[in-house]
Design a protein around this ligand. Structure first.
Ligand code: HEM
Length: 321
């Protein structure tokens, strides 16, 4: 029964995903079938091995893919190291807590041995994020491949990432600029079902919040005490987004209903008139969240994808060729 349910969901997902129109014509589900048939398997095995020894890295991979796609498109720009002439995206304060680079390097090294110069770093990251979601208990889905790697990675571009202090209209505007609907933005925010934030990302809610409130009134008072305790260990102390930090589920949305959203940008989804109903829906119906999330992830993975000579296949994900 469980197996047939699983197959049923998988089939429906396949049909929907293959029905999506890819903005990028050169991408396809079986892009590596002829010239690197084991590419998907190599990435999946590498991710599974890494997550078995450190399950918290699933969150790192999903976040890294998001930060890659939002800046200059999904082109592996977030993976590039700084040089003496260029400070790269990864050295921006907004990216300093990104994790999982070594998993991408590991997969890349194996792929370069099997099929040199074929599989892009951008594709490896997109596949790794997809595999991390599934590994953590989230939906299974296929993604089109064929992204090329970019040659630009600049710290100043990270200005275009959303901030934890954003309210729902700021979020709607920023995600709208990338072509996402309100519903897709709320579904993508559900990635915060995985992982943690550091105190520096939410401490503004705990004291001197605004001219009339010391503590953010949108925060449950017991949860506020928990956060203050976490922050007593310093700005880098970590607080999970929800009660199941390594499991991909809808606990994040149920936390928002209890006023236990970690960032302002999380809790605002319950306050905003255009987002509230969607939060309630996902809190009640995990299958609906999974379904919307996977479609929004496939769409995010196609943001400003570089094809043909507009990009390259890096030999080392940390350096342009
Ligand atoms: C809606 C706007 C968003 C804002 C303002 C935001 C902001 C943040 C912040 C501030 C952190 C914690 C960083 C730290 O303290 O070290 C974080 C973590 C995280 N974000 Fe987002 N994020 C957003 C959307 C997304 C999206 C769309 C995804 C993926 C699809 C995502 C995936 C994650 C994950 C998985 C973590 C945990 C990372 C870890 O544990 O290493 N976020 N986000």
């Amino acid at each position: 029964m469980a197996v047939s349910n699983f197959l049923g969901v998988f089939l429906v997902v396949e049909i929907i995903v293959s029905g999506l129109r890819f903005g990028a014509d050169g991408l396809s589900m079986n892009y590596y079938m002829m010239n690197c048939p084991f590419a998907e398997l190599i990435v999946k095995n590498t991710v599974n091995r890494a997550l078995q020894s450190d399950p918290t890295l699933a969150a790192g991979l999903v976040r890294m893919h998001f930060h890659d796609c939002f800046l200059e498109g999904c082109d592996g720009s977030v993976l590039i190291d700084s040089t003496k002439d260029n400070t790269a995206e990864k050295d921006s304060p907004a990216n300093l807590s990104l994790r999982g680079y070594e998993i991408i390097d590991d997969a890349k090294q194996q792929l370069e041995m099997q099929c040199p110069g074929v599989v892009s770093c951008a594709d490896i990251l997109a596949m790794a994020a997809r595999d991390a979601v599934f590994w953590a208990g989230g939906p299974v889905y296929d993604i089109p491949k064929g992204r090329k790697d970019g040659r630009r990675s600049r710290i100043e571009d990270t200005f275009n990432l959303p901030r934890p202090t954003f309210n729902s209209s700021d979020l709607i505007t920023m995600f709208g600029q990338h072509g996402f609907s309100v519903q897709e933005m709320v579904a993508l925010s559900g990635a915060h079902t995985l992982g943690v934030a550091r105190c520096s990302s939410f401490k503004n809610r705990l004291s001197n919040f605004d001219s009339t409130h010391d503590v953010d009134p949108a925060l449950d008072s017991d949860f506020a005490k928990t956060l203050s305790k976490t922050c007593s260990a310093g700005d880098n102390a970590e607080q999970p987004f929800d009660m199941t930090r390594n499991t991909f589920d809808n606990a994040y949305y149920n936390g928002l209903l209890r006023k236990a959203g970690l960032l302002t940008s999380d809790q605002t989804l319950l306050a905003g008139p255009k987002t509230r109903g969607i939060v309630n829906g996902y809190a009640m119906n995990q299958a609906m969240f999974f379904f919307d999330f996977l479609q929004a992830m496939v769409k995010m993975g196609l943001l400003d994808v570089k094809e043909g000579s507009k990009g390259e296949v890096r030999a080392n994900c940390r350096k342009i060729n």
